[in-house]
Design a protein around this ligand. Structure first.
Ligand code: SF4
Ligand code: SF4
Length: 107
């Protein structure tokens, strides 16, 4: 997966919902934050793309073999920005309702 930095709002929900840990948050001592992506740990499940509130994630159909075998880890530095969920404030819940056939309930 690749992140379009012009669309990303730095919520890091992609890391929260990545089931394999391929996407991981980092917070450096100097205040730099973002996520890393390890292609070799990615199973292309699509959760990151589906949960992303700003449509910033693309899943590639093909990647260089070296990304998978070379232990590559891509680092995405992010800047905190406000996110607007006015179109659908329940986007994340709705995504998981689709993934789990509706068996998700809001408290
Ligand atoms: S879920 Fe989308 S907007 Fe949020 S940090 Fe990941 S790529 Fe950026
Ligand atoms: S496609 Fe799935 S496994 Fe790969 S980075 Fe996204 S959430 Fe993680």
């Amino acid at each position: 997966m690749v992140i379009d930095g012009t669309k990303c709002v730095s919520c890091r929900m992609c890391a929260t919902f990545c089931p394999t840990g391929a996407i991981a948050k980092f917070d450096d001592a100097d205040g730099t934050l973002g996520v890393t992506h390890t292609p070799g740990d990615c199973v292309k499940c699509g959760s990151c793309r589906d949960v992303c509130p700003s449509d910033a994630i693309t899943l590639l159909d093909a990647v260089p073999a070296s990304w998978l075998t070379g232990g590559n880890r891509h680092r995405y530095v992010m800047t905190l920005r406000p996110v607007s969920l006015t179109d659908n404030p329940h986007q994340i819940l709705d995504t998981f309702r689709l993934d789990f056939n509706g068996d998700i309930f809001e408290r």
